[in-house]
Structure formats: C-alpha cells, structure tokens
Design a protein around this ligand. Sequence first.
Ligand code: FE2
Ligand code: FE2
Length: 282
Amino acid sequence: MRVRVPHFDFSGSSAHWLPKAGEFAQLLNANSVVIPHLERFLNKVMAKAASQITGEDAESKRVRSDIRTFIKQESCHYAVHGSFNQMLIRDGYDRLPEIEARIAAHYERLIRTKSLPFLVAYCEGFESLTPPTGEGWFNGSMDRMMRGADPTVLAMWRWHMMEEFEHRTVCHDAFKAIHGGHILRTYGWFYQAASFSRMAGWVYRYLLEVDRQQMTKLEIERSRQNAKRSVMGFASPMVRAAPRILSPGYSPRQIAEPEGWAATRDLIERDYITKSADPAGA
Ligand SMILES: [Fe+2]
Ligand SMILES: [Fe+2]
C-alpha cells in the first residue's frame, strides 16, 4: 500500500467522456459527485477509530499504520474527484452544489448522531463493495465499452479502483479491532448501501434530466432504457458478491488480486504519478 499523488488535468474533459455509453458515464459521474463527501467522512471515522485502537502490540500498530496510509490515499481520491466534479459544474450542471449540500448533511448527521462502532461498520460496508466493482476496470471486461473514452477520466477511475483494491483490508481490520460483531456489521452494510444508492440516485437523475432537455422523445426513451441497463450492469457485481461479503467468515484477504490489477498499477504509476510518499516516512 502506497500513497501516490497523481496528476489528472480535466480542463479538456466533459461529462460526456464515454461516447459509447453516455448513461453509464453519467452514472459514474454521479458516483464521483458523492465520493468526496463519502471519503472525507471515511477519513474522519477512521482517524477516530485509530485513536481508539491504543494497543502497543504488533497487530494494533499495523492497523494504525494502515489507517494512516488509507487516509492519505482517500485524501488524494477526494481531491481528484473534487476537481473532476468542478468540471461537471462548468459543463452546465450548475445545480450540483445544491445536491451536494444535501449529501454533506447526510454525513454530518451520521457523525453527530451515531456510535463509533456503527460508523466504522458503515465505512467497512462501503469498502467491501469496491473490490467487486473494481474488477472490471482491470481484467479487460470493460475495454469494449471504454473504446474512445477520454483517457484522463478513464485513468482516474482505474487509479482510484486500483487503490481501493489495494487498501481493501483497512476498514475491515479497524471494525474487527473496534467491535467485530456480525449483526452490527450487517446492519452497517445495508445502511450504507441504501444511503449511497439514494444519494447517487439524486445526482444521476439530475444529470440525466439536464441531458434530456436536448433530446427528442425517441432519444429520451432510448436514454431511459440505457440508464436502466447501466444501473443493472453497475450493481450486478455487488449483488453477486453480497452473500459472500455478508457471511460471518468473510475477510477481504480472501480476495485475490484480479487479473490485470498489477499491470494497471504499473501503467498508472508510469503515466500519471508525479510523486509518491512512503507511508512509513510520512
Ligand atoms: Fe477512495
Ligand atoms: Fe477506499
């Protein structure tokens, strides 16, 4: 696990960065709008968790050190998505800040009202879903759809999912150290899945509403079908993985590196990483 500081320049990008699948691009854009709020929340919760894992044994030290690296990786993620999201606002989706205020309020309310074990379970729930979602970015299964995509936006998602895969054990270990109960873990998982889908749905419907202002009736009908297919395609790896994730013996350590993950990491590091920080020395 390493901290990488990438350079992505979105000045030449647009919301319609994926010509073969416009509705799928908007679904990813909707995820991108929620991400900075979610990841700031993850960092606050994980910093609090680290302060409660006080043991001087090797395992506690390792978990605290992993959390420090996790926080740095997530900080890079939300900074990059923040600049991508600014591009969306410039591109004509100027009501996004109103929706973002509602998203920010959700996370503020959680921090204010929920216990630390619940908050860590919520974070662990989100992080458990990034490996199944991420796989398609590495193993070639999305390559056909991504033909003709804006290379900068494509690289952003590949970089982010590659690091999500890399730090997949951190929230799981933190939850085990803080609480570990299966019922709370399951409750946090469903709670976060419902919250994230609801908020990404607000953004997605708005982005599509703006796009459809320029469409004919027939195009709108086609766009509705494409949107439905996009949501099903996006959700299906998570739905398939859910029974395994929710089983009492689940550990993200059981998940092997997907085919193409290391090659994706090497390409991203070659082309987009200007500097990387050694977590041990940071
Ligand atoms: Fe992230
Ligand atoms: Fe993450």
